[in-house]
Design a protein around this ligand. Structure first.
Ligand SMILES: Nc1ncnc2c1ncn2[C@@H]1O[C@H](COP(=O)(O)OP(=O)(O)OP(=O)(O)O)[C@@H](O)[C@H]1O
Ligand SMILES: [Mg+2]
Length: 230
């Protein structure tokens, strides 16, 4: 079984959104995926109350036991939604995980928080992938200045940036309010396409492969390409 921690020291970056959608997309891809809600605010469990997706309310101190039990009962992937603090809880999630997704919005303050999280991963020698969330869509094929600036600042972070960014889309908010991932709510939509592409990349990295969409720290895969692949 593989374990993925979705982390960010910044509140509201999109940890719960990414966790719920990743778990739903993994399930769509035929994986036995379990979502562990390790955030005392319980956003993921709250959102998925009516969903058949398996969610377990847990805490940092129980993660190791949960991962072991889930593996024994045939679970294939465990996705952990973490709180923004305290650091000890984030460290506990990192330590039980095979891959950590660092979720960050492309803003100055988020970037500062993301760089601290990246430092933590480097200290712990934990494999990570940075996922930009709530990015404005490109205009006339050009990324906005905030996105381009964020990619530039992350170029030497020492951790790859996912070439699939999640854009600001109402679908994420509406789907969650209906207790669904975007792949369940609007399977043919743009949000579903980018979540599937991100999920494929995550699965490749869990297998130790870089992925068909080669990660690069200074460029994002154009949306048209993501759509064409799904
Ligand atoms: N790509 C997106 N497009 C539009 N809205 C988004 C997107 N990602 C997240 N949101 C919205 O932003 C808000 C914060 O997202 P979310 O709860 O996932 O963040 P979080 O990092 O889990 O926050 P917390 O630190 O409080 O747990 C939510 O209202 C969510 O619906
Ligand atoms: Mg959350």
């Amino acid at each position: 079984m593989k374990t993925i921690a979705v982390i960010s020291r910044k509140g509201g970056a999109g940890k719960s959104t990414v966790s719920v959608n990743l778990a739903a997309a993994l399930r769509e891809a035929g994986q036995r995926a379990l979502l562990a809600d390790a955030d005392p605010l319980r956003s993921s469990s709250e959102a998925l109350r009516a969903n058949s997706l398996a969610v377990v309310e847990t805490s940092a101190s129980k993660l190791f036991a949960l991962a072991t039990a889930s593996s024994r009962s045939g679970g294939e992937v465990l996705v952990i939604d973490t709180p923004a603090s305290p650091e000890a809880d984030i460290v506990a999630a990192i330590k039980v995980s095979d891959l950590c997704l660092v979720v960050t919005r492309p803003t100055y303050l988020d970037l500062a928080a993301a760089l601290k999280t990246i430092d933590l991963l480097r200290q712990l020698r934990a494999p990570g992938l940075i996922v930009l969330n709530q990015c404005p869509s490109p205009r006339q094929g050009q990324e906005s200045r905030v996105v381009a600036g964020t990619l530039d600042a992350l170029r030497f972070a020492g951790i790859p940036v996912s070439p699939i960014a999640l854009r600001v889309r109402q679908a994420y908010q509406v789907a969650l309010s209906c207790g669904l991932g975007v792949t369940e709510w609007e399977p043919g939509g743009a949000a579903a396409a980018e979540i599937r592409a991100l999920t494929d990349l995550v699965r490749c990295r869990l297998r130790g492969e870089s992925g068909i969409l080669q990660p690069a720290n200074d460029t994002l895969i154009p949306e048209s390409v993501i759509h064409a692949q799904t």
